[in-house]
Design a protein around this ligand. Structure first.
Ligand code: SF4
Ligand code: SF4
Length: 299
């Protein structure tokens, strides 16, 4: 098989422009959400934008720290979401809460999270929330393990949508039939138990059905954003495909088990719907073949 590739891609936006774009985007979201939900939400999104912008600039200077910096920011944002907003303030970000909100006719963190991170941001950065802000994703980043001897279970969209519908049905049962959510203590316990169950299930699934199993196979948030991610403005792109030596380290690094190398061979952006834009494939490639780039990169 002839693996020789002779294309070279020029990036349309440089790293600083991407960084400022991220900051501008999050600040704009902050203004809109702040007008709906109060000034604290403006500061929340503004701070996320600042973190993301500074991280991208730091990564440009210290590319070897790309993963450490990304995971540190993911930890900071994700743990803030779950411990401060979730446990301390009682804001539940998990999927069933969306049904609870619709029932109560209110907008809380769960709806805001879905609209911003799963319906708007995917048009720009795909499923990047999974690798930059999700607290469950942060836990799975730290505990994920690729097992060479294991033949991982492949994603099945029917199962993923069935799981999402199951959560909606469960939430509907809770609000319409069981009705325990008027009680504040019960709500907080619900948040704790729900998140522990997800983390525990994801942790064990990884060892049975392969890398990032909960995210890859079930997560309802990823199921939603994955419908938009293929149209994302930014994607992992082979910017220097001619340099590829077919070492397959990009594939080895991918927690979502995507065949990144096949995109390099075709000199195409990684258009895979469950790419979480973690840039591990970028970090793993010693030949600087891959880069997070805009879809208007000039070939
Ligand atoms: S890691 Fe880089 S050089 Fe190796 S196969 Fe992937 S793109 Fe090619
Ligand atoms: S293709 Fe690259 S950026 Fe996408 S999930 Fe795999 S390693 Fe992460």
């Amino acid at each position: 098989m002839n693996y020789s590739i002779t294309h070279r891609t020029k990036s349309f936006l440089n790293v600083h422009q991407i960084a400022f774009l991220m900051f501008g985007l999050f600040s704009a979201i902050g203004v809109v959400v702040g007008m709906i939900r109060g000034i604290n939400y403006f500061f929340l999104f503004f701070s996320i934008g600042m973190f993301e912008m500074n991280t991208r600039i730091l990564i440009a200077f210290y590319p070897k720290l790309r993963q450490a910096l990304r995971i540190a920011v993911q930890g900071l944002i994700g743990l803030f979401f779950i411990f401060w907003l979730g446990m301390a303030k009682g804001v539940n970000f998990q999927f069933p809460q969306i049904v609870f909100d619709f029932y109560n006719g209110i907008i809380t963190g769960a709806v805001i999270q879905v609209v911003v991170s799963r319906l708007l941001l995917p048009f720009v950065f795909g499923n990047a929330f999974c690798s930059r802000a999700c607290w469950a994703g942060f836990f799975f980043e730290l505990t994920n393990k690729k097992q060479p001897d294991l033949k991982p279970l492949k994603r099945n969209d029917t199962i993923a949508y069935a799981y999402m519908l199951f959560l909606v049905a469960l939430a509907a049962y809770v609000v319409f039939i069981w009705k325990p959510l008027q009680n504040d203590d019960f709500r907080k316990n619900w948040i704790i138990v729900e998140n522990i169950l997800i983390l525990a299930a994801g942790f064990f699934m990884t060892y049975v059905v392969g890398s990032r199993a909960y995210c890859r196979l079930l997560c309802p948030f990823l199921t939603l954003s994955s419908t938009i991610a293929p149209y994302s403005f930014f994607k992992i792109t082979p910017v220097n495909a001619a340099n590829c030596v077919n070492c397959m380290k990009c594939n080895d690094g991918c927690p979502m088990l995507i065949d990144v190398h096949s995109y390099v061979l075709k000199n195409q952006s990684v258009n895979h719907k469950i790419c979480i834009v973690c840039e591990r494939c970028v970090s793993n490639c010693d030949r600087n073949v891959l880069k997070l780039s805009s879809k208007f990169s000039k070939k």
